[in-house]
Design a protein around this ligand. Structure first.
Ligand code: SF4
Length: 388
């Protein structure tokens, strides 16, 4: 008689391993992936732990899934229905909560990122995600960092509850438009499921007087002809209209035995340029029309978008740092929101005269700003003396 022995929860986690490698959980998504490139002899529990930058500091976070089974068929995904090469493992909520608590008490982790494949619909799956965290919060009294995925088709009240018990929730659009999502994930509905859930989450956040989870989304970049203009236009709308905390961009990587296995991987530099541009939209007051798109709506890979814009616009019309307003200061390469505020403060005390003064304000490489600025009508030298 063949007796199948069920894996225990630690074995399940270990066998699942790196299931959320391309789902960022924190503020430095690239670093999350790099920290996972440590060669190992075989399956290791460490594979499902990532070092993640969170608003509560750097944390070792357990990143895993309620189940690696899924009834949807997203073309890029290793967990898609019918992909035979993938071992399907499922946790019950109390089982996953207990193993997280054990790991947390053993100081292996201090944070949870929880995703899932979809079985019996988004609502049933969302219940399992929420139930897991309810047990972690109530039974095990865990007060630390939790980041939850919201399943396509989840209900309004589930989103509300998830935002109460988590620090961050992800509602992933995957594609920047309905047509792009259709080409990536034909069983997901852009407007009726995903955009609607993002709108609900934004309304919930605006109408709730106490602190709720922040809201993020993710895009799969470059598999189906999506342009940077499309991705950043949708990101801009989400920042302005929904109060999105951040957009994640995940450069497409082909997975074997999926319909997209022969599509080329996307250059990770594209992901990096999208992040730079996204921060200009979110933190620097730029509009998507300001971004220096070339080549049918894409950004140059070889140059920082802010520098590309400055080369086109500021070399002949530099920003006078002694007189410009904050918005104009934020156009200068090397000057971010904190530096702009420091410049405005220094101006009030009359202590802003040259590039050396910028260095005293904490701007590390003021010579990079030199081609684009004036000091009270004077162009600064392009090089700073080494000492002085
Ligand atoms: S719903 Fe999620 S887990 Fe399922 S196939 Fe799509 S991306 Fe993969």
């Amino acid at each position: 008689m063949h007796v199948q022995i069920q894996p225990d929860p630690v074995q399940k986690l270990t066998r699942m391993g790196d299931v959320t490698l391309y789902e960022p959980a924190g503020d430095t998504p690239h670093a999350e992936r790099v920290s996972k490139r440590v060669p190992r002899q075989g399956p290791d529990l460490a594979d499902c732990i990532s070092h993640v930058q969170t608003p509560k500091g750097s944390k070792a976070v357990l990143k895993t899934m309620v189940t690696t089974a899924c009834e949807k068929n997203c073309y890029y995904c290793p967990f898609r229905a019918g992909r035979g090469q993938m071992e399907r493992l499922t946790f019950k909520p109390d089982e996953l909560a207990k193993v997280f608590d054990d790991m947390q008490r053993a100081k292996l982790v201090d944070g949870l990122f929880l995703s899932s494949g979809i079985i019996k619909g988004g609502i049933t799956t969302q219940d399992k995600i929420i139930d897991t965290v309810e047990i972690i919060r109530r039974k095990y009294q865990y007060r630390g960092y939790v980041h939850l995925k919201i399943m396509p088709g989840a209900e309004h009240d589930q989103i509300y509850r998830a935002m109460q018990i988590a620090d961050r929730v992800s509602i992933n659009l995957e594609g920047p438009t309905s047509e792009r999502l259709q080409a990536l994930a034909p069983k997901k509905d852009f407007n009726d499921e995903l955009v609607k859930m993002l709108q609900w989450a934004g309304e919930i956040k605006r109408s709730t007087p106490y602190r709720l989870a922040s809201l993020v989304t993710q895009f799969v970049v470059g598999a189906v002809g999506d342009t940077d203009l499309e991705l950043l236009s949708t990101s801009e709308r989400l920042y302005r209209q929904i109060g999105l905390a951040r957009a994640y961009y995940s450069a497409f990587n082909p997975v074997t035995h999926t319909p997209f296995e022969n599509i080329a991987a996307v250059n990770p530099q594209r992901e990096f340029r999208l992040y730079q541009s996204s921060f200009l939209l979110r933190d620097y007051g730029w509009d998507v029309e300001d971004l220096p798109f070339v080549d049918q709506g894409n950004l140059r890979l070889d140059v920082d978008p802010k520098r590309a814009w400055a080369d086109q616009n500021l070399r002949q019309a530099p920003v006078d740092l002694v007189h410009a307003d904050r918005e104009a200061l934020l156009r200068v390469p090397g000057i971010g929101p904190q530096s702009a505020d420091a410049i405005l403060k220094a101006r009030r005390s009359g202590t802003l005269r040259d590039l050396a003064d910028l260095r005293k304000l904490g701007i590390r490489a003021p010579e990079h700003s030199a081609p684009y600025v004036l000091f009270d009508g004077r162009r600064p030298p392009q090089q700073l003396p080494l000492f002085g």
